[in-house]
Design a protein around this ligand. Structure first.
Ligand SMILES: *Cc1c(COP(=O)(O)O)cnc(C)c1O
Length: 461
């Protein structure tokens, strides 16, 4: 039976303004559409099962072999094995270090890709899958709203991919100078728009464009974390780390610094595929809507979101919460309104969450360096701090793996200030200061944005 995808909003027939989508689509359709027609998120109607002996066999094997196992499990009905193999081999041509911090506690560094962020993992695989499902002779135009890292990971991933153009929108005053440089200089088929406004303004412009039928000839598609094509690749590294580090059948704890919850969702799916994950730790920064919910059972988004030093996680209502709720029999819409509460007991059984302050984040960067000589940046430090908090609450010593989601050299001021270190950028980013290119300035007015799209986007290949 092939896997089909339905919308998290399919039950919402009582809500004004939402016309629920009750159908199911293929992976390819979900990949190109990005979100469901009712603005819900696509979720698979069944989750394939892993064979643990097959996972164990991946020990010592290159990363792409784990990627192929997961890709086959979800996609074998829609893509040939030849395509899947070429996609994963081409996407994953960089290393995935697993660093021991102390016995049985590891850091998985997801920061060796072209933009030194874990988002490379999802974006590179998604771009390559998309190029294999374009309508004949037509172009696809990707619109991405980014608060920083997503945009450059997506842009770099699609760079040079045939038949696909990318337009990135970012809030001019909210990205770091280095992030701006990264976004502005990709070039080629990737354009950067520097928007006067906040991340939310960028997101609104993109959402309006998707809803605008007069733009449909451009085959607009999204690459934000709402696309299931971004979630699927994020299942892979949990299985990879387990295969490399665990004894047969051993239980594992993962800690995942969380913003929009797409990364943690990958772990949730990996567990449901059969990976023995005892606990998924999901630390957030001071945007504490989720840990507060797990504690007290009521959900209230943080609005406006709080600005923390782990800025890629400044999210007051995580978009992938809709998928988490769905998996635990609940429904929440994109405004943050809960239509049906999930099974809280079940959620608490598998998930632990805690809010980590900026002060605690900085303390963790310092203490982990002093005690273990391991350098974290602020997102990974939120993850590590959450893991420590969880370990304090529990007895017994399980295998624990924390994800580092960006390279510390991307935050030179913070690391210099806290640790007195000057770090080298990873290979793929070494030339960053010498790159050239510039952004197009854009207001946060939809009509201006629409005019720009109509003038610049191409329809045919
Ligand atoms: C995007 C991002 C996160 C948050 O990931 P989500 O999938 O949105 O929860 C964490 N760290 C870094 C460096 C990021 O870029």
């Amino acid at each position: 039976m092939s896997i089909r995808y339905y919308s998290t909003n399919r039950y919402l027939n009582d809500v004004a303004g939402i016309n629920p989508f009750g159908g199911k689509v293929s992976f390819k359709e979900a990949l190109l559409a990005g979100q469901a027609p009712d603005e819900g998120l696509f979720v698979p109607d069944s989750i394939p099962k892993l064979s643990l002996p097959d996972v164990q066999k991946l020990k010592g094997k290159p990363y792409w072999e784990t990627a192929l196992l997961v890709a086959r499990a979800f996609l074998a009905d829609e893509f040939s094995d030849e395509i899947l193999k070429s996609v994963v081999k081409d996407a994953y041509n960089f290393s995935v270090p697993l660093e021991e911090v102390f016995p049985k506690a590891y850091l998985m560094r997801l920061d060796q890709g072209p933009t030194a962020s874990f988002k490379d993992f999802a974006a590179r695989m998604m771009a390559r899958l998309m190029s294999h499902c374009r309508p004949q002779g037509e172009r696809i135009n990707i619109l991405v709203a980014t608060s920083g890292d997503t945009g450059s990971a997506v842009g770099e991933s699609f760079k040079g991919v045939a038949g696909i153009d990318v337009t990135i929108l970012y809030p001019g005053r909210e990205v770091s100078p280095r992030q701006k440089k990264q976004l502005d200089t990709i070039g080629g088929n990737v354009a950067a728009l520097c928007v006067e406004g906040k991340f939310d303004d960028c997101q609104n412009l993109v959402k309006q464009a998707f809803a605008d039928s007069s733009l449909s000839k451009f085959n607009l598609s999204s690459a934000n974390s709402i696309n299931f094509g971004r979630i699927l690749p994020q299942i892979i590294y949990y299985i990879y780390a387990y295969a490399q580090l665990a004894q047969a059948g051993e239980e594992v704890i993962f800690s995942v610094p969380s913003g929009n919850f797409g990364n943690a969702l990958g772990c949730e799916y990996a567990r449901r595929m059969g990976l023995p994950v005892a606990k998924l730790v999901m630390p957030t920064n001071e945007n504490d809507e989720f840990p507060v919910f797990l504690e007290c059972g009521r959900y209230k988004k943080v609005s406006p979101s709080r600005a923390c030093i782990s800025n890629a996680m400044n999210v007051g209502h995580p978009s992938n919460l809709a998928r988490f709720f769905e998996l635990y029999d609940g429904t929440v819409d994109r405004t943050g309104y809960v239509h049906r509460y999930p099974d809280l007991e079940e959620m608490r059984r598998y998930i632990y969450s805690i809010s980590v302050s900026d002060e605690q984040t900085r303390k963790t960067i310092r203490s982990v360096y002093e005690r273990y000589h391991v350098v974290l940046e602020q997102h990974g430090a939120v993850g590590w701090s959450g893991l420590e908090a969880y370990m304090k609450k529990t007895t017994g010593k399980k295998l624990a793996i924390c994800l580092e989601t960006a390279h510390p050299a991307k935050f030179p001021e913070e690391i210099q200030k806290l640790l007195g270190l000057k770090l080298d950028l990873p290979e793929g980013m070494k030339d960053i200061d010498h790159r050239t290119g510039s952004a197009i300035s854009m207001t946060n007015n939809y009509d201006d944005f629409k005019k720009h799209l109509q003038k610049n986007l191409k329809v045919k290949e």
